[in-house]
Design a protein around this ligand. Sequence first.
Ligand SMILES: [Zn+2]
Length: 452
Amino acid sequence: MASESGLYWCETAWLGSALATPHVLVQVEAGAITGVLSGVECPAKATRLAGLTLPGLANAHSHAFHRALRGRTQVGNGSFWTWREQMYGLCERLDPDSYFRLARAVYGEMAMAGITCVGEFHYLHHGAGGTPYADPNAMSAALVAAAEEAGLRITLLDACYLHGGIGQVLNAQQRRFSDGDALAWAVRASEAVEALSGPAVRVGAAIHSVRAVDPAGIEVVAEWAERHDAPLHAHVSEQPAENDRCIEVYGVTPTALLAERGVLRRQFTAVHATHLAGADIGLYGAAGSTICLCPTTERDLADGIGPAWALRDAGAHLALGTDSNAIVDMFEEARAVELDQRLASQVRGLHDSVSLLRAATVQGHASLGWPEAGRIEVGAPADLVSVRMDTVRTAGASAHTLLETAVFAAGAADVHHVVAGGRVVVSDGRHCSIDVAAELGAVIGELVEGFS
Ligand SMILES: [Zn+2]
């Protein structure tokens, strides 16, 4: 990612407090913020950013290729497990070249939605039948290249995936996900760190789930993450069936199993955490771990509503992800956390707009290993996301409720200007280098030809 300099004047900006701040001048040098002044008029040489400017949004959980399923999985009925069969069908059509083109377009869509950093939870590692490509990290490299072209920072969360379920062998489609054993995963992941890390790229680790990695393997991945000082993520308790099987075989919940094997810590992020026991919530709180909620996917897949409020009150941090990319809109993810809790609790206001913005920015970045990002302050990467406050969705907000209007009413289409690492990625609502809609249409059309 090119590091650039510039001067930006924000009509209003969120600097982390309870209210938006008017007339903020942000100075950027070599991709980082070097000055923030409020209450100043717009200098002639500054780029004027209308509306409300936020720090870059962090999408802490994505599977880029799921974007090609959008709409197609909404026909008929079923469950998470029937949806998964459709997702596996799509996997078979991807190789490093097609995945690069798909991910480049998907990350372009994310950039247009104000996402400046993506956590790609990546498990589609190998070729047909599980045979490695000539470069065993060819798929990872494709994702990293796609993010770079789209202008996003990326944390590649390299997922270990060894089993088809607890006590089950891999099926034919799942073989592409597996390195054979956890040590082979660790070798390949270490090579990914060497080959792919850069100013805009970090490599972290992921345990796909307690379904896909056995306890000994979980320990290997956790130890690798600790040794590399890397973020560690895992899908946890998205469905009751995972809990039931885990308790049946191991006698404990997935969260307790992960805790026993040394996973829970500050740099750990549990994705979903929808069906937790009370003791699980306390474990995350005590560890200061992050919970990545993906509300639009969780409702799409009929997962349920997780205990977001109880987790936060216990001391866990919340982050947000678009996961299956059925929708790419961090405003929708943010407000869904609160609105889902309202449905479950019949109480309003458990998560205020500032706490939801923190989940979408600074806490998401921390979950992905960029604790310095997600804030408009000196020393942070220059990620600025400007949201129009004069559209049909946002017009009429008062100065005191700009943040509430943005979180509870704005959408991805209201993002009009995005700076990521000092580089202008989106201007006047258009991606600066990618015709995103055309590329999405072309590559998805090619991938789903003949696919129901
Ligand atoms: Zn996921």
